[in-house]
Structures are given as C-alpha cells and as structure tokens.
Design a protein around this ligand. Structure first.
Ligand SMILES: [Zn+2]
Length: 223
C-alpha cells in the first residue's frame, strides 16, 4: 500500500516536472537555430523525420528535440546520474536517452559526458584495483617464535596501571598478562616486552612499531 502511494506520488512529481520541462524547452526552442530550420522545412512541406506537436519539435515517433544549451546538460545528468540511470556506461546512457530525446551529435555528447564523469572515474579506479592473494600464516616450528598481542584498555586504575598488554604464543597458546598505562610509549612497551617475554623465551619475529600503532588505535577507539 505504502509502495503504491509512493509510486503515485513519484508519478505525480515526474508528470509535473515533465510539463514544466516541456514549457522550458518550448521557450528555448524559439531561439534555437536547428529548431527554427526544422519548423521552416516542415512549413515548406519538405519530407522530414520531424513533426510538430504542442509547439514542440519531435523526432520520429516520440523523441523530443532538446535545444542547444543547458537543457541538454540537464537531460544528460538525469539520464546518467539520476537514480534510474545509476551511472551506467555510455552505451546504456545513450539507449536510455534515445527513448525520449533527440538532438544532433547526441551520441558524441554522451560519450564525452560519461568519460568526464567523476563518479564513473572513481568507480573505474576501484574496479581496477587488483585483489592480492591471501598470505597464509607461516607454519610454526617452535614456541615463542611468533606471538600475537592484544590490549585491554580503559580499565579501573590499579597500582598506577589501567591497561593490560596480552602477549600470546601462537605455537602453544601460552599467555603473558602485562600491566601497563594507557599512555605507554613504544619504548616503554618494548622494555616491558623485554622484561616479561624476551627474558624468558627469546625474541620472536614481531614488529613492535606495528604493535604500538595497534595499541594506540585501541586506546583512541575506547575513548
Ligand atoms: Zn557517471
């Protein structure tokens, strides 16, 4: 029911704007050289693909002639950027446009418009980005060769600490829970890592800079 009402409303809006649009086309066409020539030819009785109806120039059956200038830009935008068009390619836009409108050089104008459309260019860039292959985690051969780190932040303060750095060995899942502060720097975390992990298990293949960035992201998100 709601859909039917929306549709009715939409049709009404389209209908009203169509009348307004045709009024504008009629007005602009009076000064348009091509429209003037077509009218002249028809009045002279020349055989033509055009005819006049409601003071407008029509091509073949139902294609409205759009005079040169901003009216063509409006139509181009509607038939390419509009919700029903959704930035289709040039071919799609031409087909859509040719159902209702006509002007000489229409095809070239559409191609040029689509080529310079920013939204289409951005989509093109996204589509061209190649997905890289998944890199599986290396197979581990021993304990504390590779560790994962996580942080629990914004905890109630206890003995000057309000966060916990969790270091887990990926091989045997053993974990160290190291108390730290929200404000801990990379150097501080490095020192803690040395005291709590390295001293007991040796140095894993870890990148502390990356770890610190991840920790800061956690803290920022939790605030
Ligand atoms: Zn586009």
């Amino acid at each position: 029911m709601l859909d039917a009402l929306n549709r009715k409303h939409q049709l009404k809006v389209v209908y009203v704007s169509e009348i307004k649009f045709q009024k504008e086309v009629r007005l602009v066409s009076r000064q348009d050289e091509f429209a003037k020539e077509v009218r002249q030819n028809i009045q002279n009785g020349a055989k033509s693909h055009f005819h006049l109806r409601n003071g407008l120039v029509w091509y073949k059956q139902n294609r409205l002639y759009v005079p040169e200038g901003k009216m063509r830009d409006i139509i181009l935008k509607e038939c390419h950027d509009g919700p029903l068009a959704g930035h289709g390619g040039a071919k799609h836009t031409i087909t859509f446009l040719k159902k209702s409108y006509y002007w000489p050089n229409l095809k070239n104008n559409v191609e040029e418009y689509v080529k310079t459309c920013l939204v289409c260019q951005q989509n093109q860039t996204l589509n061209n980005k190649q997905a890289s292959l998944l890199q599986p985690l290396p197979i581990l051969e021993g304990s504390w060769e590779s560790v994962s780190m996580d942080f629990m932040v914004s905890l109630p303060p206890s003995r000057g600490f309000n966060a916990i750095m969790v270091v887990v060995d990926r091989f045997n899942k053993m974990a160290h829970f190291i108390p730290i502060e929200d404000e801990a720097t990379a150097q501080k975390m490095g020192r803690l890592f040395f005291t709590h992990v390295f001293k007991h298990h040796g140095f894993p293949k870890a990148n502390l800079e990356k770890v610190h960035k991840r920790y800061k992201d956690f803290v920022d998100k939790s605030q």
